[in-house]
Design a protein around this ligand. Structure first.
Ligand code: 13P
Length: 281
């Protein structure tokens, strides 16, 4: 089924699970991502940056994700990642996205609250979920660099949730976007303290740089949405480079692209296996 973030995360909270949110970087990789989740018996959150959404077309993304979600036995959320402009959010909701993130983390607290609350009011009337962010997550995403992040304070997280009513809250716990060459030092104790202070599903960004050995502790500490983006670019590009480099220019494109899609499906399957609690994986 085509569902909202709130529906998927409510169920994840009930069973103590974490749902993988995977950034799609082109249209090709989306069907194998959804089929990998179906095979792994997990819902999937397909998310796009605003740049990718504009490149592919929001309506095209909705048609593909909604169509597959209606045909396949798997729950699919289509989520707009890190949008900072209200017009992008409005366009995504009008096109049929089932979830959006308003990222006001670079704004002063009061302005972040005000703008996020406006997004929540607009989205809720249309049955769409909203993720907000408090604290800043550094690193590079979609070619845009953000300076070193400031960790989330549990008190600010609680005040932010109370004032905005977001369905999910992205927190800064030491992760960085785009770090695929080494693993990041994360503060699981901080997740525990935020979770104790505020009753909202927590989101970890920068999942590529998180050691898989830490997934279980994050899940137990209350992380319900876990974002992975860069690892999929790296997997797709490595496989595509190999195939494109080895084939004649008049060969079928499928020969080059299917191995890259298979690489992405393999990553999604593997990550879902790591994120699910042992008893239901
Ligand atoms: P990575 O690209 O570091 O995996 O982060 C993805 C992300 O957090 C998307 O918002």
């Amino acid at each position: 089924m085509y569902v909202t973030l709130s529906e998927v995360l409510t169920e994840a909270e009930r069973i103590g699970s974490t749902v993988g949110a995977f950034n799609a970087h082109n249209l090709e990789m989306i069907p194998p991502m959804i089929l990998a989740a179906r095979d792994a018996g997990s819902p999937i959150i397909i998310q796009t940056s605003v740049g990718t959404a504009r490149y592919i077309g929001m309506e095209n993304l909705v048609a593909l994700c909604r169509g597959m979600a209606e045909r396949e036995p798997v729950d699919v959320v289509l989520h707009l990642d890190h949008s900072t402009k209200l017009e992008d959010i409005r366009d995504a909701i009008d096109a049929g996205y089932s979830s959006v993130m308003f990222d006001g983390s670079s704004l002063p607290f009061a302005e972040n609250v005000l703008k996020t609350r406006r997004v929540v009011e607009f989205a809720r009337e249309r049955g769409v979920s909203v993720e907000g962010e408090i604290g800043t997550i550094g690193g590079t995403e979609d070619g845009i660099s953000v300076a070193e992040g400031a960790l989330t304070s549990p008190e600010e997280a609680r005040a932010f949730h109370e004032a905005t009513g977001v369905d999910a809250l992205a927190v800064s716990i030491g992760t960085h976007h785009g770090s695929y060459k080494g693993k990041t030092q994360i503060d699981v104790g901080l997740v525990d303290r935020i979770h104790a202070a505020v009753d909202v599903p927590l989101v970890v960004h920068g999942g590529t740089g998180v050691d898989e050995a830490d997934y279980d502790a994050l899940r137990r500490a209350g992380v319900r949405k876990f974002n992975i983006g860069t690892e999929l670019i790296v997997g797709w590009t490595r496989a595509a480079k190999e195939t494109f480099g080895a084939t004649e220019v008049n060969a079928s494109l499928r020969n080059n692209i299917v191995p890259a899609n298979d690489a992405v499906a393999g990553i999604v399957r593997h990550k879902i296996g790591c994120l699910l609690p042992a008893r239901i994986s």
